[in-house]
Every structure is written in structure tokens, then in C-alpha cells.
Design a protein around this ligand. Sequence first.
Ligand code: SF4
Ligand code: SF4
Length: 415
Amino acid sequence: MKSIEDINQKISRGEAAVLTAAELKRRIAEGEHLTVSDVDVVTTATFGIMSGTLALLHIHVSEPGTFHHAEKAWLNGVPAIPGPCPNERIGVVDLVVFGTSRANPSYGGGHLFRDLVEGKKVELVIEAAGIEISRKVTLSELGLARMVTTRSAFMNYQAFINRSQSTVKTIFSVQGISGPYREVTVSGCGDINPLQNDPQGRVIGVGSRVLLNGGMGYIMGQGTRSSREHPNLAAFADMKEMVPDMMGGFVTADGPECITSLGVAIPVIDNTILDSIRISNAGIPLPIADIEDRTAFTSSHYGEVWDHTDLVITYSPEACLQCEPCQAAAICPTRAIIPGEKIDPLRCVHCGTCIRECIGDAFYGDLGTITVDGTPVPITCRQSSREHALRICDHLKALVTEGKFHLMGKCGNLW
Ligand code: SF4
Ligand code: SF4
């Protein structure tokens, strides 16, 4: 056995053996016998739509005495909730902004959060006793900007299918899920998800240090709808430390949603935790639910989603027909397509929507199929990006290896 303090001392000396979850699983699959003395830290991550995300912002509005207290507020048109402190007559406002709040059908809280983290000016408008005050603000001016997640890193989240004849508009698809049994949409990064590698919460718990959207943060405990069978995490971090391309907005068939990422460094303290990290995609159940009632009626496994499929969607400008307007660009949920030129790698989340929407054959990526009741059904939309989660695992590995990220042992259990 090793203690977290032992591992932190090795990190300080630059001697810690750090592997990403994907590296460790690959070496095991190749037949290597790894023991607790061979590895100290394994980095895990997830990246995708996480509706349960909010920001707590403290903003200077005007001189003291200018207004009594804010009753309503918007940031770039996204509705915000003033309070809980009334901040009476002091010219400031505390705001809670949900990642799922919407300014319009294609811009919501997730887009706003990324715009702030990119350093863009955003427009604040408040209403107070009939007075309207507006001003431009940037993240660096805010007294406090803290992101809180209420449901991150869900373990084996459901895939969705439509068994009816009609197309269902839902946040679990970009174009709507057509039926019956014509397509399936998926979420979750499989065997590199933090909780998938510590499903009992042996080392991940209240107080564990994490990377939330690239910023140093901490686990608060379980999130909403978390259970022993399908656990998830609640976390917080300072938005001023976050990285734009590790977060953002995503426009679904039912409006804007919020992309959030979470990276967790797992200390390999004993054989039990090393054994749990051996889990592979094919060993992780993938419940499949009907989108109408959200109740799982069958299951597959994550091997069908992430093994032998293309993690990255590619674009061939020479195959582009230059149609006007470009339907793929119009529907891309992250507005990542520059028609005739390229996909913006810092915006694309490799969901695969453009493959089906493109009139030509300009986009390519094998998303695979999921066997539902014995029949292979094509995956048409991935709402998590394993490619970006792998990138976060690499980033976190580099931070730990360079001594810039030390582990914080849990101070309380998830359950
Ligand atoms: S839909 Fe496809 S072929 Fe048409 S402009 Fe867009 S990328 Fe090119
Ligand atoms: S895969 Fe296509 S539709 Fe999805 S984000 Fe990337 S460019 Fe946009």
C-alpha cells in the first residue's frame, strides 16, 4: 500500500509514475503485468454535455446608491437569477446563471460561459424598480466567478433510441431522434470516465482535487440523481482558471446545452484500486432507453461506442460541393465548420452530426452501431467526446508529472 502523501512526495521529487487511463489499459491489454509499484497516478477524464452546470458571478454594476437591488438580470441575453444576497444599494449584483438557460434557440449559458472564459466582453443588463442599467463586462473584472456542477461524470449513462414512428426533438440529439429503431444517440466516455475507474468511491470523494473545464477544482460530493449503480459527481472551480476549449455550448434539437469537462487523477494506493482501473469499454454496460419514457429496456456495452470507431471526424474540402447555404455548417451544434475550408479543432466535439447532414461526402468518421434487440442500429450523435477527454487525461498527466498538480485525498465519502 501507498499513501497519498507518499505519492505527493514522489510528485514533488519528479519521480511519480503517471499514466493516463488509456495508456494503462493498453499496456495491460498488450499483456504487461503492472503492479502497484509500477504506477502511482492514473489520469481519467470526461467531456460532454452536462446539463447540471451553473455559474455564480459577482459583478459591479454602477456607483453605490444608483439602484435599490436588481430584480432581473441577463448576460448576453441569457437570463440570470439575482441573489441570494440582495446587495441593497451597493451597486453590485450576485448572479446565478444556469448552463441550460437560453437567450435564443442557438445561444445559452454554456456559450456564455465559454465567451467569458475566452475573455470576451459580454453585456450585462439589470432591471431594478423600473430602471434598466446595462454595461459590458469581462471575466477578469468580476469579483467572483465560480462554476458549480450538479451532475458530472455520470457512470454508464443511457443511450437513447426512438421506438415510435415520429421524430422526437430532444436534448439528446442535434437533429431529433427518428424512429422506429433508426438511430441511437450516446453519451459518456467509457473506460476513461473517472467514476468508471473508481466506482466504489474508494479514492474519489468529498474534497478530491480535480480539473473542472481545465481549472483547478474540488469534488463537493454526489450530484443530483446519483445512485450507487449510476453515480455522478458535483464539483466546483474558479472560472478564471478555466480553458475555453475544455467547455462550451452545444445546440441540440431542443435548444442550447452546456458542455463541461472533468479530469480526475486517481492515486494508485493498492491492488483494489489498480484492479478497478483495469475495466475496459467492453466491460461497461450501456443501458439503452426509449427517448419517450427514458426507461432502459435493454443494454449493450461501451465497446460498441468507442472500440474500433473513429474518435475524430475529418473533413475533405475537395469533396465539398460548395452548396449555399451549407446545411452541415448550419446544424453543427458547436458552429465548428468553415465551409470549403476546415473544421475548427478547438470547437468540434466530434459528435458526427455533419456526416449525415452534408449533401456531399465531405465529412468522414465511423461512429459504429449498437446492437438493440439483436439488430445493429447506427450511432448518429455522440454527446461526449472521448477524443477531448483523452486530451484532458494527457494534460492532467503533464501537470502531475511536472509537479504542478498534487493530489488531495478525500475528506469525506461519496456515500
Ligand atoms: S453541406 Fe457538405 S457539400 Fe454542402 S457546402 Fe456543406 S460541407 Fe460542402
Ligand atoms: S463532428 Fe461535425 S457537427 Fe459535430 S461538432 Fe464536429 S464539425 Fe460540428
